[in-house]
Design a protein around this ligand. Structure first.
Ligand code: NCD
Length: 375
């Protein structure tokens, strides 16, 4: 019996395992395209017939939910779940842990998206089937990162030695957190372009330094500074995650990538965006040959097919061992992040791991515990 493996954080996969996942995604894309071309109808690659996925979304989603569900159906399986909590027992006050316990009995894997940081880790503790994190609050979004890496890999043929500009709401944007860490693991560099209020959270930059010896270059301006950038990754300012609406108003329209900026950008730089976009990319950029954001969204289906195949134990990765360096050792104390699931669910009892000698971080949301009470 293969051991149960979840996808809480892409960093739980080694770079070599990630490359194998990308190869598998490429294979899935080719097979879907082949089936489409030859069968004409709806292509099915029936590797997981009759298997059922629970698709549980406490937060709005278009691409993540639809592409996960499509991926499962393309693999010959089917999907149950909810796209909004008003139609499930969550509306009656059922806890995340109880919802997960039930779903694990009904189905063969669980995809969830939740507004609280660390919800995916909590879910994994109560599940007897693989849990796939479809975005937990402002924390991480690992399946998005896999499709982002797939898009970059298809373009450049490797993931190392690249300079990636992350632009927009880097504080709340979970896609940028997962991506910044994955790029560091492949020895690529991040350039963070954001207003002061929306810089990458300190626990991410600390992690990049402590674990990967990377410092992130910070910039404020988008225009005129793209000469050394291979990938420009634009993001939306995440209104729903601001505590103070006045701060949101101040930064709401701070960046806008338009034709003028693109005219000065390198000819071989590509533009990505996890979508949805608001006004941070002008629609006139859509027809620019360097725009990749719609293709990136299409890549979500093969990338998620690959993840489902591996996490459901259908496909074994060579030398698969994972990278679990976050074994919790301390089970008391309080996380300083008010959005952490530990403050919103009684089932989320405190867990901390030592991320560098003598320094602790919350196992759910990775927020660093500043005041050390270890010794
Ligand atoms: C992102 C998300 O939900 O974090 N969207 C997505 O999954 N493609 C980005 C966002 O909401 O801005």
């Amino acid at each position: 019996m293969p051991r149960l493996r979840h996808l809480i954080d892409l960093e739980e996969f080694t770079p070599d395992e990630i490359l194998q996942l990308l190869e598998l995604a490429g294979e899935m894309e080719a097979r879907v395209r082949y089936e489409k071309a030859t069968q004409g109808g709806s292509p099915i690659v029936p590797l997981l017939p009759y298997r059922v996925m629970a698709s549980l979304f406490w937060e709005p989603s278009t691409r993540t939910r639809l592409s996960f569900e499509t991926a499962m159906i393309r693999l010959g399986g089917s999907v149950v779940g909810f796209a909004e909590t008003s139609t499930s027992s969550v509306a009656k006050g059922e806890s995340l842990a109880d919802t997960i316990r039930m779903s694990a009995h009904y189905t063969d894997c669980i995809v969830l998206r939740h507004p609280n940081d660390g919800a995916a880790y909590l879910a994994s503790k109560f599940s007897t089937v693989a849990v796939l994190n479809g975005g937990d609050g402002g924390h991480l979004h690992p399946s998005q990162t896999l499709l982002d890496l797939y898009t970059i890999y298809k373009e450049f043929g490797n993931l190392s030695g690249l300079r990636v500009g992350l632009c927009g709401d880097l504080l709340h944007g979970r896609t940028t957190h997962s991506l910044a860490i994955a790029l560091a693991a492949f020895d690529s560099e991040c350039v963070a372009i954001s207003p002061e209020e929306l810089e990458l959270p300190r626990h991410i930059t600390t992690h990049l330094t402590v674990r990967y010896r990377k410092t992130v270059e910070q910039r404020r301006e988008l225009a005129g500074g793209l000469d050394d950038i291979h990938v420009l990754y634009m993001t939306r300012i995440q209104r729903e995650r601001f505590e103070d609406p006045l701060v949101y108003e101040r930064v709401a329209h701070v960046y806008r990538l338009d034709r003028r900026i693109m005219d000065d950008a390198p000819a071989d730089m590509i533009v990505m965006h996890p979508l949805p976009r608001l006004d941070e990319i002008a629609v006139e950029v859509d027809t620019d040959s360097r725009a990749r954001y719609f293709e990136q969204a299409f890549n979500g289906v093969p990338a998620r097919m690959a993840l489902i195949l591996v996490l459901m134990g259908h496909t074994r990765l060579d030398g698969e061992r994972g990278a679990n360096w976050r074994e919790p050792t301390i089970f008391e104390g309080e996380c300083s992040n008010r959005r952490c699931i530990t403050h919103h669910d009684d089932n989320a009892t405190p867990e901390f791991y030592e991320y560098s000698p003598g320094r602790l971080a919350c196992r759910y949301c990775d927020r660093v515990r500043e005041q050390l009470t270890l010794y």
